[in-house]
Design a binder for this molecule. Structure first.
Ligand code: AAM
Length: 329
């Protein structure tokens, strides 16, 4: 079973920080549109799938391809977004993360974690064994880096962009740390405070579900899931039952410290080895150059399909087919 947790943060509105949407304003719609696209031919809330300003398609296309091939269930979870997705979903909250340069990002952290963990506890009764949890949270690599720094990890998170805006992220985080009056590592024993000050509702929701559910958890994402793992560890959890499953494009990203940070944290990871270099479409071929990379649990969804006997080539073919459909209608 797969969950896709939706979150928004005002951080995605800072010019230049996120390209997980055609414009900064449209990043507000990316999470619900990603979720809707998993179930329909195109999103409902907006007529086109989320794209970068240069038109690269959302990684939800990979998640959708894997889902259509392997037919596993996906439950959408609204961790906290501006708008509700127009698909059946679990409602945890409607709180959007605030701009942490100006105020606490998520004063509602405890409420979100409590509700999400109640949901996780109920899942125990379904004997699922394992769950895969993905995310869609534009601007989320910046909140993830802020949380990792607050917890004492000298990490660089990845980005939906080919040019990871690290200097901008670092400036924004420095402003947030100044506002909160803290230094790197100062919240290493205070994960809840780190989340309140710098986090986003996706992280709080995944932490809650992961603490309530007692089975194996596949954290389906890139460097944002490192922040989730770091929070879980700081809360005293063992990381043995967690594996981060991401994509080759995150592993290859030299602008981030995915491998080093995962190893430092002691969390296991795997990746899906998809290859779009032979695609007919530039938007997909550009994934090989480092655009987009991961999101909407793409790596974890591919992993689920592979486990059910499909191959990477099957997934690539299905993605191509879905993209073709979008260009025709
Ligand atoms: C989610 N939807 C996306 C997308 N993601 N649509 C297009 N491109 C993406 N990369 P950043 O911090 O740079 O905004 O990256 C995080 C976002 O990128 C998340 O929403 C993740 O799911 C992915």
């Amino acid at each position: 079973m797969m969950f896709v947790v939706l979150g928004n943060t005002e951080v995605s509105l800072i010019p230049g920080i996120s390209i997980a949407g055609a414009t900064a304003e449209l990043t507000k719609l990316t999470p619900p549109a990603d979720a809707e696209y998993l179930f329909y031919e195109r999103p409902k809330i907006i007529d086109t799938i989320p794209v970068t300003p240069e038109g690269h398609p959302t990684p939800a296309i990979i998640t959708k391809a894997a889902k259509e091939l392997a037919n596993f269930p996906i439950i959408v979870v609204r961790g906290g977004t501006y708008l509700a997705p127009l698909v059946p979903h679990v409602h945890i909250s409607s709180y959007v993360g605030r701009d942490f340069r100006k105020e606490k990002a998520l004063p509602e952290t405890r409420e979100i974690i409590d509700r999400a963990s109640l949901f996780g506890e109920e899942l125990n009764k379904l004997n699922l064994g394992e769950v895969v949890i993905g995310e869609s949270t534009p601007g989320g690599t910046t909140t993830a880096q802020a949380v990792l720094w607050a917890l004492g990890y000298d990490a660089k998170t990845s980005s939906a962009s080919l040019d990871n805006p690290q200097p901008l992220k670092e400036k924004v985080i420095a402003e947030g740390f100044k506002r909160a009056g803290i230094k790197e590592g100062e919240l290493k024993d205070k994960p809840l405070t780190a989340l309140e000050e710098f986090g986003d509702p996706m992280m709080a929701t995944v932490v809650g579900i992961a603490r309530g559910f007692k089975g194996r958890v596949i954290l389906a994402g890139g460097t944002q899931m490192l922040a989730v793992a770091a929070l879980l560890r700081a809360m005293g959890g063992e990381l043995e039952r967690f594996t981060i499953v991401t994509t080759k494009w995150v592993i290859k990203d030299k602008s981030s410290t995915f491998k080093e940070t995962a190893e430092g944290l002691g969390v296991e990871y795997q990746y899906a080895n998809l290859d779009f270099s032979k695609s007919k479409f530039k938007g997909l071929r550009d994934y090989e150059r480092g655009y987009v990379k991961e999101g909407v649990g793409a790596g974890g969804a591919a992993w689920l399909a592979l486990k059910r006997g499909f191959t990477e080539r099957d997934i690539e073919r299905k993605v191509e087919e879905l993209y073709e459909k979008l260009t025709k209608n």
